[in-house]
Design a binder for this molecule. Structure first.
Ligand code: SAM
Length: 253
């Protein structure tokens, strides 16, 4: 999602998103993760009371607000979108959350016990540069918790069909593991989530189509067409195994 003015998108898609997730599983995420997947990953990364957490590419911070409310961490969310950060700030009123607007990398200076990167690894063409920054800001023994879109690079034809293809950079699992090792990040937990994320993509696609007239009236036909095209491709690619999804935790050695 590229739109800096995030508010019309949030308003336009809210009803469909609520309908697409099982009860209790939508917490404001802009992604295919369910709330229980977000909570499990956070727990596997050792997020708990007072733990300093940096959420890279937090968006409007649905997951960040959820984790902070549930687990009581000390939370900093960063996103390049001024609109997303403004919404995150207002929705997090009363929670111990801070937000900054920045295009990453570099990551904000500091020492964090956990760095989160949810559903946005694919936006970074230079993963070694990103992961080196993650390792730099983690304290020794700190954990990097992320989701990964794994697969070979998109072909020219696939790029032509994917809206905003310049934000879609898949990575081979083996290459990601090598890059992590190079920067001192050792995987400690990994779970495949292709099937559940495919189910979410399918449900979102169905939901957006059902609410198309209302969505179009808020964001226009072109934006809805792009949204549907992207979700159709994710649905196909996750369904066929062209792309696999993983949640993983790696420890800084
Ligand atoms: C798919 S959303 C995911 C948001 C959130 N992590 C979640 O799971 O709900 C991706 C977010 O990454 C942000 N983003 C993408 N590339 C970025 C970059 N290089 N620096 C900072 N933010 C970035 C976008 O603005 C967007 O809010």
């Amino acid at each position: 999602m590229r739109q800096d003015d995030r508010a019309p998108f949030l308003a336009a898609l809210h009803r469909s998103r609520v309908a697409a997730y099982e009860p209790g599983q939508y917490v404001g995420q802009e992604s295919f993760m369910r709330a229980d997947e977000i909570r499990r990953l956070a727990r596997c990364a050792g997020i708990g009371s007072g733990v300093p957490v940096l959420d890279v590419c937090c968006g409007t911070a649905g997951p960040g607000r959820y984790i902070t409310a549930e687990l009581g961490c000390s939370y900093l969310g960063v996103d390049s979108s001024a609109g997303a950060v403004a919404i995150a700030r207002s929705l997090a009123a009363g929670l111990p959350c801070r937000f900054e607007q920045a295009h990453l990398p570099p990551l904000p200076d500091g020492r964090f016990a956990v760095v989160l990167l949810l559903e946005t690894m694919l936006a970074f063409p230079d993963k070694p540069a990103l992961l080196a920054e993650v390792a730099r800001v983690l304290e020794p023994g700190g954990r990097f918790a992320c989701t990964v879109e794994a697969g070979s690079p998109l072909s020219r034809d696939e790029r032509a069909r994917m809206p905003d293809a310049d934000t879609v950079w898949l990575v081979e699992s083996a290459r990601l593991t090598e890059t992590m090792a190079e920067v001192g990040l050792a995987p400690t937990w990994r779970r495949e989530c292709t099937t559940s994320h495919r189910a979410t993509a399918t449900a979102l696609l169905r939901s957006f189509r059902a609410d198309a007239p209302a969505i179009t009236s808020r964001i226009g036909t072109r934006a809805l067409d792009d949204l549907l095209a992207a979700h159709q491709l994710w649905d196909d690619w996750l369904g066929s195994g062209r792309v696999r999804k993983f949640a993983l935790v790696a420890e800084k050695r």
